[in-house]
Structures are given as C-alpha cells and as structure tokens.
Design a protein around this ligand. Structure first.
Ligand code: GDP
Ligand code: MG
Length: 684
C-alpha cells in the first residue's frame, strides 16, 4: 500500500486524557504499533482520510509537561520538535482542566498549529462543571472543540477543525502569562537565540522559556557559544535578583495564570459538591478495612474462573477436542491416504502436539483478558493499584505493576502482556523481568507430580506452597538488585489518580481482547510451530539422521543434548540425561516436563510413575529439581513475548541467562545443604 502523505498530526496530552481512545476512534483498525528509533518506547501510528488527504496520526506517550524527565517525555518532546507535526491535537481532560493546562501552555509556546480536543465532556454535567469554551478559546488563542472520545461525539467536527482551521498564526500569550520583567527577559533571550533556533528548526519562544527554566538539553541542542551563554545568564541573573530562585518563576507564573484562567472559564454549579456516584463507591471500596479483603476476593474470583473452573473446563474440553478428535481423525486420514509414517508423526505428534498445547490455552487467555479489560475499563484496576502502591514502592515499582505481576501466577505471557498497561517504560521493563518469578500455572503439574512421588500428602502441599514463596522471595531480591543497577529510579513525579468508575463498553472490551489474543496467537504460534518441529525431529532421529524405531530413546539427538548437560546438572544432584532432556523440553513449555518425564520413565505394568521416579531421584535431588524448574528460564512463548515487549533481544537473552544462573545456584544450595542435612540425620 502506498500512502501519499500530506500531513502528520500528533496526539498529545496527559496520561489518561483519552488519547488512545481518540486515536482508535480516528484510525479504526488502520494502525501500526512499533517503537521509536533508538529507544524502547512504544510508537502507535495510524492513518485517516480527511477530504481526500491522507493523514498520518501519531499517538505520543502521555506527559504532564515538556520538561524531559522520563524516556516517554523525551520521545514526545523530540517528536514535537524534530518530527514537525503539521498539527498538534492536544487532548485535554475537561474534568481536570487545571492539570492539563500546564502542558497546553507549553505546547502553545511551540508556536505550531494546534487544536484542543476538550475530551470527556460527557462527564462534565455529572461532575457539576460547566466550561465556557468560547472564553477559553479566546484566552488561549487556539481552536477548541468539545468531544467525547468514548461516546464518539464531536470527533468528526474536531478533525474538520484540525484540517481546515488550525491556528497557524502565532498566538503570543507571553504578556498574559508572565509578569512584565519575566516576559521581557524571555524576549531578550529569544533575540539571542533567534538565529540558532531558525537554523535548527526549534521554536524560539519555547526554547527561550525552557532556557529560562534551566533546561540544559535545549542549551545543548542550540550549541550556544560562550558569549551567548554569558548574556543569557546575565538576563536570568537580573530576573533572579528580583524573584529569588529563578527556576520556579516560570512554573509559578504559569500556574498562577492557569488558576486565573480556570476561575474565569470553569463554573461549578451546586451539584458538584454532592458526592458523585464514584465517590460514594470509593468510600466503600477504598475503605481501610474493606479494600484489601475485597480486592483479594475479586482477584481470587478472577483466578478461580480463569484457571480453576470455567477456564480450566474450557481449556480441558478444547484439549480433548484437539487430542481425542482432531488429531486421531487427522492421523487416520493421513494413514489411509498412504502418507509416510514419519510425516504422520511430524504432523500429529510434532505440530499438533506442540501447537495444540498453546491453542488449548486460548480460552483461559480470552477469559483472563476479558476480566483484565473489565477491571481496567471500569476503573477498579486503578483502585487496586492504589492499594498496592506502598508495598511495591519498596521494590522500586508502583501500584500499577501489581496486576501484571499477579497475572504472572496464571501465565507469564499474559502477565508480560498486561505490563503494557504501565505508562513508564522503566516500570514496564522491570515488571516484565520480574513476572517469571511468580510461578506460572504451567509449572503446577510438575510440582504436583514430583512432590506427590516424594513427600507425604501434608508435606507435599507445604513443599508446593514454599516453592511459590521462594519464587516471591527471589523475585523481591531480583527487584532490589535491578533497582540498584539497571533501573535506577527516574526522577518522575508519580501522580496516581482515581478515574471515575465507568461501565465498560463491549466495543473497548472487544478491542482490548481481540488485539491481545491475536498478538499472542501469532507470536506464540509461529515460534511454537518451529520449536515443535525441531523437538520432534530431535527426539525421533539419532545423530546419523536415522529415524529411531520407538522415538525418545537414549540414542536420539535429544538424549545426546541431555548427555551434554549432565556435567552441569551433576552438582545439583540431577545429573542424568532424562532430567536434562525434561528440562530442555521445559524450555518450550513447562507442561512438557511432565510429559517428557512420563515417557522417559515409562512405568512397567503394575507400577506407578511415582515408583519409577523414586528410582531416579532422591527426595533431596527431587527438591533441587523442583527449585530449578521454579526459577529457570521461562518457556519459549514467554521468552519471545518478553523479548518483544522489552523491545530488546539483548536484555531478554541476558535475563534468560541470569535466571538460569539463579536457578542453578539455588538448586545447588538446596542439594548441597539438603544432602548435608540428610547425612547428619542419618548419623544421628
Ligand atoms: P490515554 O492514556 O490518554 O491514552 O487515555 P486512554 O485513551 O487510555 O483513556 C483513559 C480512560 O479514559 C479510558 O478508560 C477511557 O475509556 C476513558 N475515556 C476516554 N475518553 C473518554 C470520554 O470522552 N469520556 C469518558 N467518560 N471516558 C473517556
Ligand atoms: Mg494511551
């Protein structure tokens, strides 16, 4: 598709102002998600046709100001300066006008054509607010259009305005915002940098104000020479002499102006003082005593439905359909058609076996994403995050990371994908890296099988529970280390606000769900398909590429690889090729460990798999094996999701190694101390 681009529009606004909702509404399905060159911030682009013109719309990361604190803000600011969007679509939350105005004033200083979308106007009445749009328009000097992105109101008109009447004449608010001496100082700085700005295409009003505000990056961008620096410093020193610290003058005067502006333009009618529905609900939901139990119950319910009852039933049924109906049917068909034996095995054991296991996961994922969307869209997630903010702050995360981490108990893939809801890349990456420590549900069968074979019932439950606890503890340690090394806390003001409760609409639910599921299917499907074929091949053939009669034997390539790993696993007490092979197949999918062990230790008639396992493992080496399974690298689907969501192969691979190292160390400690303890007990 060749698109003849006539213009670029940039969607800018505070986080949660509704940019993405508006973006989706404008561009429909015609969008593309990538990332910004050189950095790891997600870039969303889409196209819209307006009166014959093709317009590219870019959804910038949310920001509160143009002072670059985080990677997201830097990206957004960089695009506004260098990307030279033809029109800035400034999305403003009408119910929170005062907060959005700071960014709006800064954007206006850029002197680029801008149109303000006064969003969420459907909420104004309910909040008892009334905005005098005409007056606001007049004061700011930019066109403003009232819209509701969620209820799809006013969007067409807004686009028309952007297309036809963006304010391309420079609107000088300087004298209105700043006191005379400051406005004069800004003018003087502008004169000094005027040429430099022109040459580099940097808006000079914006640059002058930022310089006054001590923004070094702008200074560097302009390559100021010593003379210029001296003159600017002198101008600032004069202003400083009158006001004290100069670096807050700009912000202070802007906020004062905003205060006046909002007083003029926003009217509250009496109703606003009565608590809104949301506030009433919050009195219960965020109540000191109710909040935590309620939250835990909601989560337990979600987990129960997803992984326990309906979801498990749906997955089980789908698995049965795949393995009892489709695969045998397909098998028969191929056999009857006279297809070669190896090809039948490749299709049925290899491809269907591997890919089928991920497809069987789909109903659970669908449910999980549905609940996630509902919780997110209704506004409850923000409350949950709020609740967990304090404890998570200790590990350098914030409350928003809580839900993705929690989802990790279900499936690392969904946890990692849920991390998309996080606004800051730093937090998103840290959350993604920590999710695998929350033992995913696919590891459960491994725990169940091994602990049942080696420990009495009561103790087995304890063993499994402590595995989860060990995962949490190691995760907490890892968080501490990450925070001190790779992810130093960024200096970003963390604003946590509670959006009003809203009834989720089927449309957004569907959009959230379908996109996530599709992403998952495509990625996991392609990777898993390839992996299944490779594993199948390695277990069916020996090194001279002869097909083995019964597969999986000790002559197969897979066993050969197992032998290679034996020396590494020996200090952990699991130095035999079967365990090694099980762990290797576990890299593809954790459930595969159970399958591999059952085939390799195929119990003789009349005995149980437990008895067979007891021949190979001792209780101590079984424990070491479990700890290794708990901590070692996540499955391939999770790894590829992590790589993609981290936007970094290096980081993903590095972490993969770190996890393996941690697993080895932990299992080593368990085995060595366990053996020691067992010997001591025996001596006594
Ligand atoms: P972004 O962070 O700026 O991309 O904001 P989103 O598009 O993700 O929207 C944040 C929340 O506001 C979502 O729950 C939206 O459903 C909601 N929202 C967006 N636009 C409107 C609107 O016009 N009215 C109402 N009531 N809610 C909206
Ligand atoms: Mg967004």
């Amino acid at each position: 598709m060749v698109i003849n681009l006539s213009s670029v529009y940039a969607l800018v606004g505070n986080p949660n102002s509704g940019k993405t909702t508006l973006f989706n509404e404008i561009t429909g399905s015609n969008q593309h998600v990538g990332n910004w060159p050189g950095v790891t911030v997600e870039k969303k682009e889409g196209y819209v046709k307006l009166r014959g013109a093709d317009i590219r719309v870019v959804d910038l990361p949310g920001l509160y100001s143009l002072s670059p604190c985080s990677a997201e803000e830097r990206v957004a600011r960089g695009f506004l300066i260098n990307g030279k969007p033809d029109v800035i679509l400034n999305v403003v939350d009408a119910t929170n006008l005062e907060r959005s105005m700071y960014l709006t004033l800064q954007l206006a200083e850029m002197g680029r054509p801008m149109v303000v979308a006064l969003n969420m106007t459907d909420m104004l009445k309910k909040r008892g607010l009334d905005i005098n749009v005409k007056l606001l328009e007049d004061r700011l000097g930019v066109p403003i259009c009232s819209i509701s992105a969620r209820q799809v109101q006013g969007i067409q008109k807004f686009l028309e305005i952007a297309h036809r009447y963006p304010n391309n004449k420079y609107c000088d608010n300087n004298e209105k915002i700043y006191s005379k001496p400051v406005a004069d100082a800004i003018k003087k700085i502008e004169e000094i940098i005027s040429n430099g700005c022109k040459g580099r295409g940097i808006p000079k009003r914006f640059a002058a104000v930022r310089l006054f505000d001590d923004d070094d990056e702008i200074g560097n961008l302009l390559h100021l020479d010593d003379d210029e620096k001296r003159s600017i410093n002198k101008i600032m020193a004069e202003a400083e002499a009158r006001y004290g610290e100069h670096d807050i003058i700009i912000a202070e005067q802007k906020y004062k102006y905003i205060g006046r502006l909002c007083k003029e333009c926003v009217k509250r009618n009496g109703k606003a003082d009565a608590p809104t529905g949301s506030e009433k609900i919050d009195r219960v939901v965020t109540n000191k005593y109710v909040a935590l139990p309620l939250f835990l119950s909601v989560m337990a319910l979600v987990f129960y439905i997803t992984f326990g009852s309906i979801g498990a039933w749906m997955s089980e049924s789908l698995k049965n359909i795949i393995y009892d109906l489709i695969v045998p049917g397909f098998n028969n068909m191929l056999v009857r058609a006279g297809v070669a034996d190896w090809a039948v095995s490749l299709c049925c054991d290899g491809i269907f076996g591997g890919v089928g296991s991920i497809v069987a996961f789909l109903p659970q994922l669908l449910l999980l994403f549905l609940f996630l969307s509902i919780l997110e869209d209704s506004g409850y997630m923000a409350r949950a995050a709020f609740l967990m903010d304090k404890p998570l702050n200790k590990s350098g995360l914030s409350g928003r990371s809580f839900v993705p981490l929690l989802m990790g108990f279900g499936c690392t893939v969904s946890g990692v994908m849920a991390a998309r809801t996080l606004n800051s890349m730093r937090e998103r990456r840290m959350t993604i890296l920590l999710t695998p420590f929350l033992s995913c549900s696919a590891k459960m069968p491994v725990y169940a099988m091994i602990s049942a074979a080696f420990f009495p019932k009561q103790m087995a439950v304890m063993v499994v529970a402590s595995l989860y606890a060990v995962g949490l503890a190691v995760g907490a340690v890892a968080a501490g280390i990450l925070q001190k090394t790779l992810f130093k806390k960024e200096h970003t003001p963390f604003l946590m606000e509670l959006p009003p409760y809203r009834l989720p609409t089927p449309k957004t639910l569907w959009r959230n769900m379908s996109q996530r599921v599709w992403d998952f299917m495509v990625r996991a499907g392609t990777v898993l398909l390839l992996a299944s074929v490779i594993i199948w091949f390695m277990r069916e053939f020996d090194f001279s590429l002869h097909r083995l009669p019964s597969g999986y034997g000790k002559d197969s390539i897979l066993a050969g690889i197992g032998y290679l790993l034996v020396p590494i696993l020996k200090p952990l007490g699991i130095g035999f090729w079967q365990a090694a092979v099980a762990l290797v197949t576990g890299l593809i999918a954790k459930e595969a460990i159970v399958g591999t062990l059952s085939i390799l230790y195929n119990p003789a008639a009349g005995t149980s798999i437990s008895a067979a396992l007891q021949q190979a493992f001792t209780p101590v080496s079984a424990l070491s094996f479990l700890v290794f399974v708990l901590l070692y690298s996540p499955c391939l689907a999770a790894f590829s999701t992590m790589r993609r969501e981290l936007h970094s192969t290096k980081l993903a691979l590095g972490w993969w190694l770190v996890q393996s190292g941690m697993a080895w160390t932990a299992a080593f400690i368990v085995y060595q101390f366990g053996t020691l303890a067992a010997n001591i007990i025996r001596l006594i």
